[in-house]
Design a protein around this ligand. Structure first.
Ligand code: EPU
Length: 422
């Protein structure tokens, strides 16, 4: 369990220099682990980040009867012939991605009982599109005592039209459809790189999937799948975090293993702000030699600017020259960290889905709180240009998504440490 008494202390330390190795993507690894439920046998996933959420997903799979072991960044999941298709509340409440077991359980067992995941700090997180899509394939759901129970004796391929390109709904429907009878077509599907990674993994397991990465994904159901090895795609959100770090502290960083082709829109936006970024044989190279220029920012599903990048972009705008208007189009409540940035001297006004950020030359270190993974990481990068000391409490949220943000930033010259607090 995470240690709730830890905090991160950050002091300004001038420009950064060096290399940060980017880990496998949290939002892919968690779904691949869930997808392993579709086939009995020994699955081996490489490049899995050592983060708390991966630990929780491992515990969830173990509660269903799997054996999960970790050696470095390799996670081995031994999925038995019989699994218990129940995701208990104690684990589901720990991490939202647990809902990704719903599709695999229905596909594999024809039944699933999953605790309702509840909201997030940045707003409600409904699963209506997941359920509607799975119902289209023939599942029947009922809710009682905080659990949703799904029954699907015979999943049949169908056309599923998503109201919004939801990442989680696309994944759940895709996973269930691999073992349905006939052809499923998901229209208005999410196009995130992590969806492509899931399709690649399922394809290796024997699924027939085409169109992943486009708005129409076609899945031809097969009788059974088998356990395989797979390497998780690099984490574009982690890479964005370190880009924001160099944007704010200045200097030069190489992000080893990053995939620039997964971050096109972000790289274009950061270029407009005055950053120099180019592909590197190792991944990505970034340089910032002077104060950045403000730009407007609007979040959209991939290939648009990811909502997960937004806290970092807001942190950058806090210190950039000029005014930037930020519009959040995915999660209505995703501005809570703004109050924390204001405690550090940022000039931000929020109104509904919008924030107006006026750049100031320096921030000022203060005690602040990490409300969620990305919000917490944004406070870390903002603190790199805050005079004095910034103490970020509730840093366990950051550990849910970052393997070693402290070690990585220290290695490139940042002054950051983890401390115990009373
Ligand atoms: N939505 C519904 N009904 C649904 C599903 C989604 O109304 O059934 C709405 C959501 O409320 C939201 C929008 O659709 O307004 C997009 O949600 P989506 O389903 O695409 O998001 P998700 O699958 O729940 C994943 C990532 C998030 C990331 C979003 C958007 C994981 C575990 N999480 O969430 O990442 O912000 O996609 O790209 O993959 C994070 O990593 O910290 C994180 C929150």
């Amino acid at each position: 369990m995470p240690d709730l008494r830890q905090a991160l202390v950050v002091r300004p330390a001038g420009p950064l220099a060096g290399t940060v190795a980017i880990n496998g993507a949290k939002n892919s690894a968690l779904k691949l682990m869930a997808a392993s439920l579709l086939a009995p046998g020994i699955h081996t996933l490489h490049n899995v980040p050592a983060i708390t959420d991966v630990g929780f997903m491992g515990q969830l799979l173990e509660s269903m009867g799997c054996s999960v072991s970790t050696a470095g960044s390799t996670v081995t999941i031994d999925v038995p012939g019989d699994i218990s298709p129940v995701a208990p509340y104690e684990l589901v409440e720990q991490f939202r991605a647990s809902i990704a077991v719903l599709g695999p359980l229905l596909g594999r067992c024809g039944t699933a009982q999953v605790a309702l995941p509840g909201g997030d700090d940045f707003g409600p997180r409904p699963i209506d599109m997941h359920l509607r899509g799975l119902e289209t394939l023939g599942a029947v759901f009922s809710t009682a005592h905080g659990y949703i129970t799904g029954q699907a004796d015979n999943l049949l391929g169908e056309r599923v039209l998503l109201e919004f390109p939801s990442v989680g709904a696309t994944e759940n429907i895709m996973m269930a459809a691999t073992l349905a009878k006939g052809v499923t077509t998901i229209e208005n599907a999410a196009r995130e790189p992590e969806i492509g990674d899931l399709a690649a993994y399922l394809g290796r397991m024997g699924a027939t999937i085409s169109g992943a990465g486009t708005a129409t994904i076609v899945i031809e159901g097969v009788e059974q799948l088998s356990a395989v090895d797979h390497t998780v795609v690099p984490d574009r959100i982690e890479a964005a975090t370190y880009l924001a770090a160099v944007a704010i502290a200045g200097g030069e960083l190489t992000l080893a293993g990053a995939r620039p082709d997964h971050m096109d829109m972000l790289i274009q936006k950061l270029g407009d702000m005055g950053m120099r970024i180019s592909p590197d044989p190792d991944g990505l190279w970034a340089y910032v030699g002077s104060r950045l220029r403000s730009q407007d920012v609007s979040t959209l599903p991939y290939p648009g600017l990811a909502t997960d990048y937004k806290p970092f972009l807001v942190a950058m705008l806090c210190l950039a020259d000029g005014v930037g208007i930020v519009t959040e189009n995915l999660f209505s409540g995703r501005f809570r960290y703004v109050d924390e940035l204001k405690r550090m001297g940022a000039d931000i006004r929020t109104e509904g889905h919008h924030a107006v950020v006026r750049g100031v030359p320096r921030l000022s270190g203060a005690p602040v709180k990490a409300h969620d993974i990305r919000a917490g990481a944004a406070l870390v990068v903002a603190a790199l240009a805050a005079d004095g000391e910034t103490v970020i409490t509730e840093s366990q949220h950051i550990d849910r998504g970052y393997e070693d943000i402290v070690g990585n930033l220290r290695a490139v010259g940042a002054d950051i440490e983890r401390v115990q607090i009373r």
